[in-house]
Design a protein around this ligand. Sequence first.
Ligand code: F1X
Ligand code: MN
Length: 457
Amino acid sequence: MAAMSTDVIATKTCDCNTNRSLDITTPRNVHLSAFYKRSFAYYTVKLRMPVILTNLIDNLVRNKKQIIERFGEGTQEELKQIIGEISQFKYEVQTNKPLKLLIEDKLLGTSPPDVKIYNEYIQKQETLEGHATHFHTIWLLTECYMYRRIWQSFQTKYCLKNFDPFENQKQQSFASSLPLIEKMGEYLIRLLDHEAEKTEFIQLLKLNLWGNKCDLSLSLGKVGDDNSLFDTEVMNPFILCDESEKIWNLMISESSSEIIDIVFDNAGYEVFTDLCLADYIITCKMAKLVRLYVKAIPWFISDVMKHDFFWMLDQLKNSSNENLKKIGHRWADHISNKKWTIHISDFWTLPFDYTHMPKVDPDLYKQLAQAKAVFFKGDLNYRKLFGELNWDPTTPVDQGLQNFNPTNLCIMRTIKADIVCGIRKGIAEELSAKDEKWMEKGEYGLIQFSNKIVSID
Ligand SMILES: O=P(O)(O)OC[C@@]1(O)O[C@H](CO)[C@@H](O)[C@@H]1O
Ligand SMILES: [Mn+2]
């Protein structure tokens, strides 16, 4: 698999102040990097990541009492160590230090399997470019590494080794989105009492798309419920590429596969909309099995882990809202009768874009290939699908995917980072002229489709 330019690292020296019409200083078709002063990557590493680390420390201090009650007295000392380690890490980010290798427990040989993979990749950047510092390497590596370093601080302790530091924020985001969730639940119940219908399915896709606006790492952990997520008519002009009809045509077509895969993004309202789509797919007999992919470790604050999924199911089953209670029991049945299955893979929390999957995790690529279609949700998945490269936004989707085509792909993403493919000529210039940060706020969305297949044997 010849990935186009995984060796062309953005940090090749370039005129950092190139004033490109399309907002960012990063030259075309090179990796996004914080090296470029006006890029969103720079803003993220310079401002957002330190804020995320500070908020994390504040949360640990504020919730210390509850954490000690829940995990036992030994936690007090561990919390002190963790806060010290994360403070030190924040200093490393802010002072642009080299990415430290993850702790390999050579003695006991009990390090998590991804430690070696991360460390080899970090060292590869060192040889390629003579550095891998937080501002001076591929943005995707810097950002994924931050969440893996956070996890290392917990995973290397005894009492807190499985503590999810973002759990309470994910649960709060569910609670604060309840009005929207109740609205969405009522809509689903209405949909499920009759056959699949094109307009309703496309409406469901759009509700699912806008659910991706709710992402805590962009909102820096602040949660809000935004009623406009539901006004799809009002929101339609903000969909810059709408291939929902192609997705409908695929979903109702005959296929040798009866499987649909959904690679989750965020917990809370977004995953509720994902499961509404999954329920519709099963109930309307578009597939016999929906496989749901969750993250193995706490990730980008709001990404769904297995415990988040089952916590939400419990909330629904015990809800005072009759629709949500009914939905909670339906969804628990889908799990118990294996119409829905939950899948965990380390690959989703590695720092790689998806061109690396055939080499790094060929079994996962082949698993995705079994599906009639894979739904990829959200912005980080989009960055990984399109190689974290600074494409010209009119680049065709199939070119941007660089042969990452295990099966039909349905890509649902609100635009929160300066990387876009597959939009019509002139749109990016028009939006840049209005607001040069148009790619960074999740205001615009994409529903994109690829039916190109590249199999690996
Ligand atoms: O994948 P998601 O949840 O839609 O968004 C991930 C994200 O919050 O992280 C990056 C910014 O730090 C951006 O890619 C995006 O804003
Ligand atoms: Mn996310």
